[in-house]
Design a protein around this ligand. Structure first.
Ligand code: 3H9
Length: 701
């Protein structure tokens, strides 16, 4: 077996190097070899000091996440840390890349820390539903203070080397070659007879109970529904109120509790799902990609502007096209306003804004798009308009340019067919606000070329999006599933539930907002207009009840927040929704007209009727091959629609409940509510897997 950790010597300094690509995670082999190398360095009388560094792109990026949830493998990380901390010779950690989680914990077990200027350190365990479990909750508060340590651990966000130096998490930031700088630093420590400096012996500052209560209040909103943040706080409370060893024992207990939680299982599933989504079976490292140096966005509305921001942010100039100078000016003003908000929060400077705005090139002439490498059309959701735009693009764009539509529902193949180059056409479905939302559905048309697809997947990562590939169908993965969710919520109103009851339960389930609050925010007119368009094309719903209340509100001009009335009343321009007696009365009248007897609907029914249609439609999408894998569907609903991450996405959630239970409930609803419109017809794949006792995760097409 190849050595993953090596020991070499430079005079009296031992250099211990980890080389375990891709990210030097602390696998069992790395842990064993670290212990071997540190023990050897300790026993070697010629060694006066030890430097720990890593090869490849990063310092240790954490524990090996693939080991979690499996039987523990010896030696554990705490054994490594004890060996480092107790070896009796000064140890210096030389950090580059991202020293994260267990990696940063190893660094904190060293006496001194040196970092390259571009390095980052952090404890992102919370993002995996965990707390740092190798002394991080005890050492970081001793190094930087309890509250700054909480900020790092509860947010999970890495901090820059300079910030780490400023708060005392690293001793020095260097610009020179790291290992040479580390050797020079250690030589000076040895020459000065510098003492050993184990963090465990440092005292933790006292923090009052009130400060912890205040901290809990300050994170209540962001931590809602999550299990780990509270456990991090408890571990830090132990750090400031008990001995190091007692604190460490408390950390261990809390870490194990988190590791066993369904939340951690769900978040670990998401970690690997995100990486998996980038893998397309017929694309590999040899698939060529196209170079994207200039982009154009057609449509300067909210969506077009948001899309453009993603590219200028990474230095790619964007031509913005619209039909009039006024429309473009309005669009640019909205983008500027977005940046000014960041300026007022101190996140940007005037100069940053000017630099970004200078990358936006307005034009009303399609001929100005002749040299761009990628065009993203973000015009009104209407097939004729989109076809017209693609004909024009086909006429002016250079050969090899990628032509993308941001349609959220329409047939990408039909759009591609109006061009002479369907292989260059694809869907890039951004979610609003497009500069913020992380999901990007990459829609692969029937003729989309492999290099076009590979470029789009690579590009999504560059602009910090999670690219998920979808096949062509109405609404792609996300919006296609949305329909059943909205339909059942609407039907339950007629059957006796109230908007506030459904919204509260969906919120308690973990969504940021319930369906009616979302509708009022987005505008009830938006969905109603889409349905009107669809009806004109012959796709009207055959069920009078479907979207009935929503359409009635639209007819009454109750568009939502913008008209201060929708499913809720918004008095005095307030954003807080108030239950609306008018809407309640309207629902009662419609229910009576349709002969629907209103009744109490309980929590379980409300949640299952909202969530199970997602699972059922997801199963169809999976079987049809519209999504490559169940985890891709999970990513879409988490990153585009607010499904709670700690539940892992609708398909993972279904696997956790057990597909048999989901299937049986769907069959029960079919038998109770009738099957005239096929709403509760179990998807064939769900039925098959449920009866075989299998899960979506096991399914391979
Ligand atoms: C922890 O440390 C707990 C301790 O407190 C206590 C223990 C007792 N393990 O992201 P990328 C794989 S919890 C295993 O595309 P990038 C990843 O799956 C851990 N595998 O690269 C992918 O594999 P593949 C705390 C890992 O350059 C490949 O490496 N640490 C791990 O965009 C490349 O990954 C974290 O949470 C791992 N720890 O980003 C850090 N990390 O090629 C997690 C990565 O087969 N990692 N892989 O798809 C990251 O945040 C990013 O990977 C990083 C690099 C920023 C390092």
């Amino acid at each position: 077996m190849n050595n993953l950790v090596t020991l070499t010597k430079h005079n009296s300094i031992a250099l211990i190097a980890v080389n375990s690509p891709p990210v030097n995670a602390l696998s069992q082999q790395v842990r064993s070899e670290l212990i071997e190398c540190f023990t050897a360095a300790q026993k070697d009388d010629d060694v006066a000091g030890i430097i720990l560094h890593c090869q490849g792109r990063t310092f240790i990026a954490g524990a090996d996440i693939t080991e979690f949830g499996k039987p523990p493998l010896s030696p554990d990380l705490n054994a490594v840390i004890s060996t480092i901390e107790g070896n009796g010779k000064p140890v210096l950690a030389a950090l580059h890349g991202t020293a994260l989680g267990g990696g940063f914990e190893v660094a904190m077990a060293c006496d001194y820390r040196l970092a390259e200027r571009s390095a980052k350190v952090g404890l992102p365990e919370v993002l995996l539903g965990l707390i740092p479990g190798a002394g991080g909750t005890q050492r970081l508060p001793r190094l930087v203070g309890a509250i700054p340590a909480l900020d790092i651990m509860v947010s999970g966000k890495p901090i820059s080397a300079s910030k780490a130096e400023a708060i005392g998490a690293v001793d020095k930031v260097v610009d020179d070659e790291l290992v040479a700088a580390a050797i020079a630093y250690m030589e000076r420590l040895l020459a000065d007879n510098a003492p050993l400096r184990p963090v465990r012996n440092m005292s933790a500052e006292h923090v009052s109970e009130d400060s912890f209560s205040e901290y809990r209040r300050s994170i209540a909103k962001q931590a809602r529904g999550y299990f780990a943040p509270e456990r991090i706080i408890q571990a830090v409370q132990a750090a400031v109120s008990s001995s190091f060893d007692d604190g460490l024992a408390k950390e261990r207990e809390l870490f194990i509790e988190c590791l066993k939680s369904p939340e951690s299982e769900a978040l670990r599933h998401l970690f690997f799902s995100e990486r998996q989504a980038a893998k397309i079976p017929d694309i590999n490292a040899d698939t060529p990609t196209r170079t994207i140096k200039q982009v154009a966005v057609v449509g300067a509305g909210t969506m077009g502007g948001g899309i453009a921001m993603n590219f200028i942010q990474i230095g790619i100039p964007v031509r913005i096209v619209d039909i009039s100078h006024e429309a473009i000016e309005r669009g640019l003003a909205t983008i500027r306003k977005n940046y000014e908000r960041a300026l007022s929060k101190g996140k940007m400077t005037e100069a940053d804004i000017e630099k970004l705005m200078s990358l936006l090139i307005p034009t009303i002439n399609y001929s100005d798009l002749s040299e761009v490498d990628l065009v993203i059309e973000a015009a009104f959701e209407n097939m004729q308009i989109k076809k017209e735009i693609f004909r024009k693009l086909d006429g002016v764009c250079k050969q090899g340019a990628m032509l993308a539509t941001n349609t959220s529902t329409l047939d990408v193949d039909e759009i591609a067919a109006v061009t002479q180059r369907p292989a260059d056409v694809l869907g890039l479905h951004f979610f609003s606000p497009a500069n913020v939302m992380r999901l990007l559905e990459v829609v692969r048309g029937e003729h989309t070329a492999l290099d076009v697809l590979a470029t789009a997947m690579k590009l999504s990562k560059k602009i910090n999006k999670i690219g998920v590939m979808s096949g062509v169908c109405f609404g792609f993965i996300g919006n296609r599933m949305l329909h059943g969710y909205g339909r059942e919520a609407g039907l339950m109103l007629l059957e006796g539930a109230t908007p506030e009851q459904i919204d509260k339960l969906v919120y308690d389930f973990g969504f940021p907002m319930g369906p009616f609050a979302v509708s009022d925010l987005a505008g009830n007119d938006v969905g109603a207009k889409v349905r009107e368009e669809r009806a004109k094309d012959g796709f009207a719903s055959k069920d009078e009840r479907d979207n009935l209340i929503s359409d009635k509100l639209y007819q009454l001009g109750r568009f939502g927040q913008k008209t201060a009335a929708g499913f809720y009343n918004y008095e005095d321009g307030a954003r807080t929704p108030q239950p609306s007696p008018e809407v309640k009365a309207l629902i009662a009248v419609e229910a009576q007209r349709l002969g629907i007897e209103q009744r109490e609907i309980d929590t379980e029914e409300i949640i299952t009727r909202c969530i199970y249609p997602l699972i059922n439609e997801g199963a169809r999408i999976l079987e049809e091959g519209i999504a490559l894998r169940a985890s891709d569907i999970d990513l879409v609903w988490i990153n585009g629609y607010g499904f709670p991450p700690y539940r892992g996405g609708p398909m993972f959630y279904a696997d956790q409940i057990g597909l048999r239970k989901v299937y049986d409930t769907i069959c029960r609803y079919r038998d109770t509510f009738g099957n005239e419109f096929g709403y509760w017809e179990p998807a064939p794949l769900l039925e098959k897997l449920a009866l075989e006792g299998k899960s979506f995760a096991e399914y391979k097409k």
